[in-house]
Design a protein around this ligand. Structure first.
Ligand SMILES: C[S@@+](CC[C@H](N)C(=O)[O-])C[C@H]1O[C@@H](n2cnc3c(N)ncnc32)[C@H](O)[C@@H]1O
Length: 273
C-alpha cells in the first residue's frame, strides 16, 4: 500500500479542502458534486438515526467527524432537535463555515481524527462521511478507526460512510466491458481494502446487518451500487463523454434498488462491543 510521506499530508489535504471551502461555501455540493450520492448519504444517516432512536431510546449525542461545511449537522438538527450534536473538522476554513451555520447546540471543534480531543466512551453515535479515506497512510487510518471506537460508549454506533477498492474494481470491470478506461482514486485519498477494514474494525466493533431487517428503507453497504453503475458505466458508455453530474438520464434511473457491488462509497453500520 503506497502512502504519501506524513509531512506532506497536512499541506496536501489543507490545500485541497481550502479550495473546496472557497468554491462551495455552505452549499451541499461541497466535497460532493453528485446530488444523488449526497442525497443518499444524508438520507442513509437520517434513516439510521431515526431507526436507532426508535429502537434504543437512548441516542443522546452524535459527533460528525470530518464534518466539512456542516451540512449534515444542520439537516440532523432539523430532524432531531433533542440530539446533542458535535462537529469535528480538520481544515480551518471549513471549521469556520460550519460554525457560521450556527447550528443550535452544536459546537464545531477543530481537530484530527487520528487523535480525537474527546474522552473515552463519550458518544452514542459517530458519523464519518468520506473522512478517513483522506488519511494518506494505512496505519493512521487504522489508528483513526480505533479512535472512533475509543470515543464511543460500549453499545454505541459508528455510521461509517467511506470508499472501498472492491467497489472500484467491480465498477472498472463493468467499464472495461463497455470500452471505457478505468476510474481512479482521487489523488488525496487512500480507499479502504475490504479485508483490511473488516480485520481492523473486528478489534472493537460488530457489524449490524441492516439487510436482515427486511426494511428496504434502511441503508446497506452497497446502497449506491446501482447509481454508480448507471452514472459511471452506462451513461459514459452511451454518451462517450466523461462523467456529467446530475444528468436527466441518471436521475431518471435513480429509483433502482441497489444491485451488485459497483460503488466505492459504502455504508457500514458498526456497533461497539
Ligand atoms: C470528502 S470531505 C467530506 C466532508 C463532509 N463529511 C461532507 O460530506 O461534506 C472530507 C473531510 O474530512 C476532513 N479531514 C481530512 N483529514 C482529516 C483529519 N485528519 N481529521 C479530521 N477531518 C479530516 C476534510 O477537511 C474534509 O472536510
Amino acid at each position: 500500500m503506497s502512502s504519501a510521506p506524513k509531512s506532506s499530508y497536512r499541506d496536501l489535504i489543507l490545500e485541497h479542502y481550502r479550495k473546496e471551502a472557497e468554491k462551495h461555501g455552505q452549499d451541499a455540493s461541497s466535497t460532493m458534486r453528485d446530488e444523488i450520492t449526497r442525497g443518499r448519504e444524508v438520507t442513509a444517516v437520517l434513516r439510521v438515526v431515526d431507526w436507532l432512536s426508535a429502537r434504543e431510546k437512548k441516542l443522546a449525542n452524535l459527533v460528525d467527524i470530518g464534518c466539512g461545511n456542516g451540512y449534515l449537522l444542520e439537516v440532523l438538527r432539523e430532524r432531531h432537535p433533542q440530539l446533542e450534536l458535535t462537529g469535528l473538522e480538520y481544515t480551518p476554513e471549513l471549521v469556520e463555515i460550519a460554525r457560521e451555520r450556527n447550528v443550535e447546540r452544536c459546537p464545531v471543534v477543530e481537530g484530527d481524527v487520528r487523535d480525537l480531543p474527546f474522552d473515552d466512551d463519550s458518544f452514542d453515535a459517530v458519523v464519518t462521511e468520506r473522512c478517513i479515506i483522506n488519511i494518506m497512510d494505512q496505519e493512521d487510518q487504522a489508528r483513526s478507526l480505533r479512535e472512533v471506537g475509543r470515543i464511543l460508549r460500549s453499545g454505541g454506533y459508528y455510521l461509517c460512510i467511506e470508499a472501498f477498492t472492491d467497489g472500484l474494481q467491480q465498477l472498472n470491470q463493468a467499464r472495461a466491458e463497455l470500452g471505457l478506461l478505468p476510474n481512479e482514486q482521487p489523488y488525496h485519498n487512500i480507499w479502504f481494502d475490504k479485508e483490511w477494514f473488516l480485520q481492523t474494525i473486528a478489534e472493537q466493533f460488530d457489524i449490524v446487518d441492516l439487510d436482515s431487517e427486511d426494511d428496504r428503507s434502511l441503508p446497506v453497504p452497497n446502497f449506491l451500487s446501482s447509481h454508480y453503475f448507471v452514472s459511471r458505466a452506462v451513461y459514459p458508455a452511451v454518451t462517450q463523454a466523461e462523467i456529467v453530474y446530475n444528468s436527466h438520464f441518471v436521475k431518471f434511473l435513480s429509483f433502482l434498488p441497489p444491485i451488485g457491488n459497483y460503488a466505492p462509497i459504502q455504508f457500514w453500520l458498526l456497533q461497539k462491543r
